[in-house]
Design a protein around this ligand. Sequence first.
Ligand code: PMV
Length: 330
Amino acid sequence: MTQEMKITAIAPSNIAFIKYWGKQDEELKIPLNDSISMNLSNLTTTTTVHFSASYPKDGMTINGKEGGEEGKRALKHVDFIRKTFQKKIPVKIVSQNSFPAGTGLSSSASGFAALTKAVVAALGLQLSEKAVSILARIGSGSAARSIPDGFVRWFAGSGTSDRSYAVSLHPPSFWDLADTVVIVSKRKKEVGSTGGQKLARTSIFMQPRLDSIGDKINRAIGFLEKKDFTRFGELVEKEALEMHAVMLTSNPPLVYLEPETVSLMKEVYAWRKSGLEVYYTLNTGQDIHLLSMKKDVPSLISRLENLDYVQRVITNYPGKGTRITGNHLF
Ligand code: PMV
């Protein structure tokens, strides 16, 4: 066994076009429905893992901070992988995000994808992409989608863990799409996605959502294949609102939108009327993802520069999945 190997993995965050909200199995993070996403080229986590008998105990540093709740959750996942493959050896892990955590930018997706890939390789395990996607999912659901390349579909699977994994639909070069992430607030969300998802079934809109989502997945895949940006964008925008309708009508209600988010949503409608084809999508945070064709990014950026509540803008293109790199963090 290659116990002393130091391995570094780099993983993208991803944006879901058709969302994952609600689980069949909380512990194993098997979702209620399939989802469709794109990896984000400029929102990444880099993680270095080193298993060695010379360490007195496990250690985990995330964004320069040792331990903490995030560190505990990460080490619990490492422990799960160690137990699954009957390994017993202490580990040192250092992880660094290229973006702020806890603001809806899905740091858990890139975080758990990079961690899983690096741990698997550092333990000398030879696993398929599907097996790594399954393991990453057990760390944090949407991490399953950050493993394969480009445009991705996550199959919910029916009840058993080995049927719930993500595959690449198209490589990053398939489509000149851009996702410009706009950070409008640094406030951290009060209820994380793990807690929020538990409430999904309390919304009267959840069942109608589940009844129609299969059809929506098929339409999204069709528009993607045809590169029909107008119909794709309209569908994606409606999907985000539908997920937020579930959130808003949960018990207790989950209001993730900030005033600035709503202002920007209205700007998007006005920009579209004026001829700039841009659509939004939203997750659980105070940030908004603006989808456009790559050629329209400069015009979009110049409009964003005029809004005083915009704090930071990160433009992404379709990104690669999780991969190993030689640039270690320690
Ligand atoms: O994997 P989690 O627990 O971070 O859940 C992510 C949920 C959403 O971002 C709201 C939707 C999605 O599919 O990414």
